[in-house]
Design a protein around this ligand. Structure first.
Ligand code: DGL
Length: 265
């Protein structure tokens, strides 16, 4: 039993798509969310910068005495998880492994990945999928505009629809069985992606996979919280001048309070 909170971070609002699945899967757990709005976007930054930011965010959460850190960001998972997973004495979990291992039973023949430029450049989804499913073909599509639009709350207007239409073209030309939303901002566009893609493809929201994975992990490690009281959630941002509150209210369907995260860089 471990009643300490779970720490979660992303560059902005995208990680809330993971957070909202975590609170469903683990309703008794306290959570601390960090949105690095000051350094947003992560998707076009160098690997070195992403590693530096990931360490800084992880250490911020560890100082808050969390029992696990979830990197609710595809860009940071793909480029920095390997560099941080063994250096702290709390487990650090990304979004890639939980998603890929869940697909392993089905061994799809063709999988699509939509993600940020940095994630696609890293080839981490490809490497991880090939490790378990060497015969699976992977089709990648970098979608550099989407996270920025999500951050502004532009998730279902005409601009979002036309942008998504362009990005999913490749999956209409070469249909995939599963389409992984490899950036945590993208589930916010789920409805539009489904409509633009048409039927026949299962769209994978990594948050659900991370929720199941973490639940299993905490159970196996006997680190579940055992309290009866309502779970407590705290939200920190590195820059308060963003649309975070409005977008968060939409995603979580509740008002939240945000605090300023004090750290350097
Ligand atoms: N939500 C992020 C991801 O999963 C980051 C997007 C960005 O900051 O560019 O990749």
């Amino acid at each position: 039993m471990d009643n300490r909170p779970i720490g979660i971070f992303d560059s902005g609002v995208g990680g809330l798509t993971v957070f909202s699945e975590l609170i469903k899967a683990l309703p008794n757990e306290d959570m601390i969310y960090l949105g690095d709005t000051k350094q947003f976007p992560y998707g076009n930054k160098s690997k070195d910068t992403i590693i530096e930011l990931t360490k800084r965010n992880t250490e911020f959460l560890i100082k808050k005495d969390v029992k696990a850190v979830v990197i609710a960001c595809g860009t940071a998972t793909s480029q920095a998880l390997d560099s941080v997973c063994d250096i702290y004495n709390v487990p650090v979990i990304g979004i890639i492994k939980p998603t890929v291992t869940s697909l392993n039973n089905e061994k799809p023949k063709r999988v699509g990945v939509m993600a940020t430029t940095g994630t696609i450049r890293s080839k981490t989804w490809q490497t991880e999928i090939k490790k378990y499913m060497p015969d699976t073909e992977i089709i990648n599509q970098a979608c550099p505009l989407l996270a920025q639009m999500a951050e502004e709350g532009w998730i279902d207007n005409d601009v979002a629809r036309l942008t998504i239409r362009e990005y999913v073209k490749v999956f209409k030309e070469r249909p995939v069985e599963k389409l992984i939303l490899g950036c945590t901002h993208y589930p916010l566009f789920m409805k539009t992606i489904e409509e633009e893609l048409g039927t026949g493809t299962e769209i994978i929201d990594t948050g659900k996979k991370v929720g199941n994975y973490l639940k299993e992990y905490l159970k196996n490690e006997q680190k579940e919280a055992n309290r009866k009281k309502q779970a407590n959630y705290e939200f920190f941002l590195t820059d308060m001048e963003s649309q975070f509150l409005n977008v968060a209210k939409n995603i979580l369907q509740r008002d939240i309070e945000i605090k300023k995260a004090r750290m350097h860089i």
